[in-house]
Ligand binder design. Structure first.
Ligand SMILES: *Cc1c(COP(=O)(O)O)cnc(C)c1O
Length: 442
């Protein structure tokens, strides 16, 4: 069942451990230990979890959940040969981008489009194509770090572009852009400040005004939208986030955005805009290194097609469905779940239903709080609270399907916005076992 080589290794390791511990290598104990090792190895490393963090698009938890249509399309593409770069009409070689170009143009109003590994790749490719050995002009207030190693100045350096910072942290004027444009300018870059807001005495140049200057001086304007949504989110009771179509109609020559943020698809990066610029991008040999495979192409096509019917989006696209989920519905869910948790946890913890705020996550509307509901769990004893809290978090993470919450004000908070599989959650809870004094740091 585990395969002979793995079993042999597990038994050897079990014997070696028993000898080291001086417990002697009794056959039964060695067999138990070897079985335990083999079972632990067979659990997938990439596990499904319950995301009760309150952050709907959680980068560390894999961002968007895919629509059923996308899952089906991806599965089908995995099983069979597909006409990925093959034109079924002529029988000649086709282009990978052809499967999505039409849809992307239809949904964004752009002339042309291409797809790469993620938005970071999209920006790298754009900078490398249009500004290698030249200057890229960006406002100081927009030199973002997204997290991990994605810092705009570093990406620029790797793309071979020279960063020209203009304005100040809080204020950048149109005249700053105008003054920076010269014979070496490769492009003007506008970046969506995804994960922060500069507030107070501020000035930012709207993309539309920037576009006028870019056109007049004949330099391309690139707008990195980050999350980039394809629909007006106010339809779903959320605040307005700039749509890709708006960025295109505001006059950006190229717009870049992610596939697995608000768009709700698999990881991908899109570049949409002017045909002549996309032709240059497609000729860049780096494009090949950044392309996406058939599985993601299939999932992307199915996801984008859902946007043709915005009225049914909230029902079919999990990202929108979760973000649009009314607080009242989440409250009734909390009312059903809280007593079960209280019973499971006994006297050592106090379980309380609370109102809380979810976040969209992944750099969309960073200050926008989406009213939600959840459960706060607090250790009953005032002594050793920190320890009891981490024992609880560890126990929840050790469940067959790990449950991930977040700690706020001395409580472990489970925001139930993203809990859809209630039955699965309840079955999972039956295994909850908080050992007192459990290792806090695990
Ligand atoms: C998220 C983000 C990126 C990076 O996108 P990935 O798809 O994660 O590579 C780049 N720019 C902005 C403004 C972002 O918000």
């Amino acid at each position: 069942m585990f395969g002979r080589p793995a079993v042999v290794t597990a038994v050897r390791d079990a014997i070696a451990d028993a000898r080291r511990a001086g417990t002697g290598a009794a056959a039964e104990a060695v067999a138990d230990s070897a079985r335990w090792r083999l079972q632990a190895q067979s659990v997938p490393s990439l596990r499904s979890v319950f995301n009760l963090t309150g952050t709907v698009l959680h980068t560390n938890l894999g961002r968007a959940l895919l629509a059923e249509a996308a899952i089906e399309a991806a599965t089908e593409a995995m099983r069979s040969a597909v006409a990925l770069e093959f034109d079924l009409g002529s029988g000649k070689r086709g282009e990978r981008d052809d499967h999505l170009r039409g849809l992307l143009c239809e949904l964004t109003g752009a002339e042309d489009a291409t797809i790469v590994n993620n938005n970071a790749a999209a920006i790298l490719l754009v900078l490398n194509t249009l500004a290698r050995g030249r200057e890229a002009v960006v406002s100081r207030g927009e030199l973002i770090e997204i997290g991990g190693a994605f810092r705009m100045p570093d990406i620029m350096a790797r793309a071979g572009a020279k960063l020209v910072e203009i304005g100040t942290t809080n204020r950048t004027h149109l005249k700053d852009y105008v003054a920076a444009i010269g014979p070496k300018t490769g492009l003007l870059l506008k970046v969506h400040t995804s994960n922060y807001r500069i507030e107070g005495f501020t000035k930012e140049v709207p993309a539309r005004d920037l576009a006028a200057v870019a056109r007049e001086r004949n330099v391309p304007l690139v707008n990195d939208l980050g999350s980039g949504t394809l629909v007006d989110l106010t339809r779903f009771g959320l605040k307005h986030e700039p749509t890709v179509a708006e960025a295109v109609s505001d006059g950006a020559d190229l717009v870049t955005f992610s596939g697995d943020k608000l768009l709700g698809g698999p990881q991908a990066g899109f570049i949409v805009g002017r045909k002549d610029l996309l032709a240059q991008i497609n000729r860049n040999p780096m494009k090949r290194a950044l392309r996406v495979d058939k599985i993601r192409m299939a999932a992307l096509e199915a996801t984008l097609k859902l946007y043709r019917d915005p009225d049914r989006l909230a029902e079919r696209l999990p990202t929108i469905r979760l973000l649009a989920r009314p607080r009242a519905e989440i409250e009734t869910l909390a009312a059903r779940i809280a007593p079960l948790l209280a019973t499971r946890l006994g006297d050592a913890y106090q379980v309380e239903r609370i109102a809380c705020n979810s976040q969209i996550g992944s750099g969309a509307l960073p200050l926008e709080a989406v009213p939600s509901a959840g459960i706060a769990i607090k250790p009953s004893a005032s002594r050793g609270q920190g320890r009891a809290l981490s024992a609880l978090a560890t126990a929840l993470r050790s469940l067959p399907v790990p449950v991930i919450g977040h700690v706020a004000e001395g409580s472990l908070v489970l925001d139930l916005r993203c809990l859809e599989d209630e039955a699965g959650f309840v079955v999972n809870l039956a295994s909850l076992d908080v050992a007192e004094g459990q290792d806090a740091g695990a």
